[in-house]
Design a protein. Sequence first.
Length: 284
Amino acid sequence: MLIRTVDQLKGEKLFRPHLKIFVNRQQKAFELPQHTHDFIEITYVKQGSGYQHINNETVPVKKGDLFVLPVGTSHVYRTSKANKLSVINCVFQLEALGDKLSFLPEDSLLFQCLHDPAKLERPWLYYDDKTGRFLDLFETMFLEFHLAFVGYENMLTSLLVQLLTLIYRTEAIPENLHNSFDKVDEIIHYMKSRYYEDITIEKAARLVYMSASHLQRLFKQATGQTFNRYLQNIRIEKSRELLKTTTKSVQQIANQVGYQDMKHFHALFRKITGMTPRAYRKTE
């Protein structure tokens, strides 16, 4: 059995050992043999379907599947040439997070998976990301790691903590709250598909038959962000994409993502990314 170590990741593009966190994306071929590793891996199926061999199990996988694989887990993805997979991986060592996961109860599945997987009936965890909340975090982590803008180390660590917190919430939140969070997911979908419109929390609340104040509380509880901050992040993320993939002017892009006030757009873009839109466009 092949054992992959952190040292072996040094051959990977942009590996930065001082971080103890590595994020990559695999597409199409998965020639790597089944292997174990000396780090924790969270792996997310972004597109396609196939199988993942985990220890002695063969697990069908599809878009939206997330797996937490503790140290020592044997696994590999397999798929056909006609049905290719796209997978995002985050591998890390627990010391990268310090005491930021101290809120986890020792009897929780996630704590056991990270610290003592032998206690689990099945020594790995699986989640179905029906709403795309996990994918949002994975894609932001991938961008932070590979673009490596100023302060990216802090951003990457924070995003990993958010990811693990969201995984724990999936386990810990009562069913009645899950039903409420389904409403939040509906609003998030609305925001992502209509971000360029004049969206307000009052309009969003009417869509799910809630008061604005109640939706604001649920939204913050579910996402860790206010409604407006979440919308700002969606818009700025879209503007980053447009800056890199089009030749449109900064003003055209700002208008396209929902901002008419250029001073406000510039200030918000700089606050979130650490640079101006023009400076961002010039980065590699």
